[in-house]
Design a protein around this ligand. Structure first.
Ligand code: FES
Ligand SMILES: [Fe+2]
Length: 335
């Protein structure tokens, strides 16, 4: 049910200090900690002695010490010290906890739960242009599946209704009313893009200065960029934590080019809360009443395409089926 052969955000880099941290990714409890030198490591969050959470322990001398009897584990999960051992006694053979590949890149600690697969995982993902911006960053738990969060952010026609007073499209509609617009969908190597408003002919002279580019990247990233005008950049990851839950890791580029590179915000932005309440309501209804037989209109085409990409990726068929998608499709909406 989860897309396993990908890197996922474990937590923001700034949120992993000297203490170990519990995170949940793909229904797995994980502890992340910084070993000697600061490199992040990820282990199953369960001590192999009595099964308590290792995230309740602490980092001692670069290894992770369990909070119950003080057994210590190295970054690869191997048990390196048992305080209760009498002199001359040895650590039992193969004593340790499973570990996961872990990396730090572009403001995040990433974890790989894809198993051994065909050898080492690829390099951790980059956030294109990360170093060129200053960011506000945060993390919000959502009581809905990752897919709902993803498709919501490629849903061009919801902001006018879902985001009163927090979204540009709301204000534009307030001033000018709703207008017919054309949007352009394209598949990419690892997902899809949605650009709008465009002219229908795909001419190179198309007015990009007032356009927005939304992109989805497998397995769980959506980006929002304004093309031209003031640079607006939003990067969201919807990390699946359980089948019907996810954690949205958000980054929003700040307008002013000074201050800390990344500023972590504890509070949930109002615009994200507006989405969260709507998405959670749909998830709760699905849990109580079963999946909905949805009705669709042309404006739902990006949602349906995103779902198809995710379903193909889950079946291991994305590479093969991508060629069957039209290179470009124009969608007509009123927004
Ligand atoms: S339960 Fe972890 S050291 Fe005993
Ligand atoms: Fe929204």
């Amino acid at each position: 049910m989860f897309l396993r052969q990908y890197w996922y955000v474990a937590c923001a880099s700034s949120q992993l200090g000297a203490a170990p941290r519990a995170v949940r990714v793909l229904d797995q409890d994980i502890v992340v900690f910084r070993e000697g030198g600061g490199r992040p490591r990820a282990l199953v969050d369960r001590c192999c002695h009595r099964g308590v959470r290792l995230s309740l322990g602490r980092v001692t001398g670069g290894s992770l010490a369990c909070g119950y009897h003080g057994w210590r584990f190295g970054g690869g999960g191997e048990c390196v010290h048992i305080p209760s051992l009498a002199r001359g006694r040895r650590i039992p053979e193969r004593c340790g906890v499973p570990s996961f590949p872990c990396a730090e890149q572009d403001g995040y600690v990433w974890v790989w739960l894809g198993g051994d697969g065909d050898g080492a995982p690829p390099a951790a993902p980059r956030i294109d242009g990360f170093a060129a911006h200053r960011w506000d960053q945060g993390s919000v738990e959502l009581g809905c599946a990752s897919l709902r969060g993803l498709e919501n952010n490629l849903d061009w026609c919801h902001p006018v209704f879902a985001h009163p007073w927090t979204h540009g499209q709301f204000y534009i509609a307030l001033l000018r009313g709703l207008r017919e617009q054309l949007l352009e969908m394209r598949p990419t190597a690892d997902g899809m893009t949605l650009r709008g408003p465009v002219r229908g002919d795909g001419a190179a002279s198309d007015q990009r200065s007032s356009q927005t580019l939304l992109s989805f990247k497998l397995p769980d990233r959506v980006e929002v960029r304004s093309l031209g005008g003031p640079s607006r950049r939003i990067v969201l990851h919807f990390v699946p934590t359980a089948p019907h839950r996810c954690r949205m890791e958000w980054l929003v580029a700040r307008a002013l080019p000074f201050g800390a590179r990344v500023r972590f915000r504890q509070e949930e932005p109002a615009i994200l809360r507006q989405d969260r309440l709507l998405l959670e309501s749909a998830e709760q209804a699905a849990a109580g009443q079963g999946e909905l037989r949805e009705h669709h209109v042309e404006a739902d085409a990006p949602t349906l395409m995103l779902r198809r990409i995710v379903a193909w990726a889950a079946q291991g068929e994305w590479e093969k089926k991508r060629a069957s998608l039209p290179e470009r499709r124009v969608v007509r909406v009123t927004s």
